[in-house]
Write a protein that binds this ligand. Structure first.
Ligand SMILES: NC(=O)c1ccc[n+]([C@@H]2O[C@H](COP(=O)([O-])OP(=O)(O)OC[C@H]3O[C@@H](n4cnc5c(N)ncnc54)[C@H](O)[C@@H]3O)[C@@H](O)[C@H]2O)c1
Length: 385
């Protein structure tokens, strides 16, 4: 495949892992980078051997760039994505997709009109762990899925992020920050969400930055920081989700899928490291192994079994969604981490926020296809090291 040439906008904290991974992906090439701070962009270009650091507008009109990688803060995502589409570039953006529905609709419309592709993080669901869950479900191991539960409790990001302000401003908060990982995984596994309700609270009105050069600075908290949601899926399953920046410790962190014939369980959805959960064990028990079973008991009854994982990307593979999108452009198919999926996830989160305000259940308007599972051999033209 011809190299997919990328211009990076946003040279902050998350850009390092993208740049490290993209350097390993044969089909991708970073040709330039920009941010609000030219010195930061220059330093990033020097660190990763990027040929050019420039201003955002120069990047947009560079004819050698096929796609803008948008790693700016949430409030800037839509503006940069729309600018890139106007400039005739494909776009892959960090989450959340947008911070309001109008921007989301504008992006979908402009991309369609210009025949350009928009992809969006999270791409964790393309990792081996989630692909294994999907295979177990599609193979019928737990029978018809009936429900899902996700619990992620953290105490925010001010102890490890040097500029954590955006996490506590409009467009931030645990639901919009962590929710995309778990909701995207749920939709990948079970299909789209039809109706939601939620409750949320804000435990601290001000929080202190506890690392880096700004140690001791206080931040105003504009959003709720402890959120619980109920989810009703199109296919009839129901789910619950707790996302929090207000929990010091818990024995609860889990992601579980319940079925008529068994349960799949992920026991450590990594609250500490910002949900870098491409990798890790997938456990299961079928009804024969269950402690509720009346059938003759296997000797390891009550124990969880570890599922075989034949898939790739069992590491912090941020950027694999962009890699898949590059192949999608070249093959004329849809990207897995697509704008339609991300818009649906945004609408689900927006509906949860509305439910928190009104106390009512809220219908989700948009729908999307369940993304296709990853093949075992991706990328198809990979050269084995
Ligand atoms: N830091 C993490 O661990 C992490 C993990 C997963 C996802 N993310 C997501 O990645 C995105 C970026 O996070 P980060 O931690 O790297 O933030 P950051 O504050 O460290 O960096 C943001 C970068 O975007 C640039 N920027 C901001 N507004 C801009 C604009 N209008 N035009 C051009 N450049 C602009 C800044 O100059 C900076 O280079 C966020 O959406 C976040 O949710 C972050």
């Amino acid at each position: 495949m011809q190299k997919f040439r990328i211009g990076l906008v946003g040279c902050g904290r998350i850009s390092d892992i993208y740049l490290k991974n993209i350097a390993q992906f044969e089909a991708l090439e970073i040709v330039a980078c920009a941010s609000l701070d030219f010195q930061e962009s220059k330093a990033k270009a020097a660190q990763f051997g990027i040929p050019k650091a420039c201003l955002v507008d120069d990047l947009m009109c560079d004819p050698n760039i096929d796609c803008i990688l948008n790693l700016t803060i949430p409030a800037a995502h839509a503006g940069i994505t729309l600018k890139a589409l106007e400039a005739g570039k494909h776009v892959y953006s960090e989450k959340p997709f947008v911070t309001n529905t109008e921007d989301g609709l504008k992006i979908l419309e402009l991309a369609k009109q210009k025949r350009l592709m928009v992809g969006n993080a999270p791409d964790t669901f393309l990792g081996g762990r989630w692909q294994t869950c999907r295979k177990l479900i599609d193979d019928g191991l737990i029978g018809k899925p009936t429900g899902v539960a996700a619990f992620v409790g953290t105490h925010g990001v001010e102890r490890h992020h040097p500029n954590p302000d955006f996490y506590y401003q409009i467009g931030g908060g645990p639901l919009l920050d962590l929710g995309p990982y778990y909701l995207t995984a749920m939709v990948f596994l079970l299909g789209p969400i039809a109706r939601v309700s939620g409750m949320a609270r804000r435990t601290f009105d001000r929080r202190m930055i506890e690392n880096g050069p700004r140690f001791g600075d206080m931040m105003d908290v504009e959003v709720d920081t402890h959120s619980q949601s109920m989810l009703s899926f199109d296919a009839g399953q129901i789910g619950s989700m707790t996302m929090s920046f207000d929990i010091w410790d818990s024995e609860m962190p889990r992601f579980e899928i319940y079925g008529e014939e068994g349960t799949i369980s992920i026991t450590d959805p990594d609250p500490v490291h910002g949900a870098n959960i491409f990798e890790g064990e997938v456990l299961y028990r079928t009804k024969e192994m269950s402690r509720w079973s009346h059938q003759p008991r296997p000797t390891d009854r009550g124990a969880w079994r570890v599922a075989e994982n034949p898939f790739g990307f069992n590491y912090n593979a941020r950027g694999v969604g962009l890699l898949d999108m590059a192949y999608a452009v070249s093959e004329g198919r849809s990207a897995r981490a697509s704008a339609a999926l991300s818009f649906h996830i945004f609408e689900v989160m927006d509906a949860i926020l509305k439910s928190c305000e009104t106390g009512h259940q809220i219908e989700v308007k948009s729908r999307c296809e369940r993304p296709e599972p990853m093949p075992y051999n991706f990328p198809p033209d990979r050269v084995e090291a």
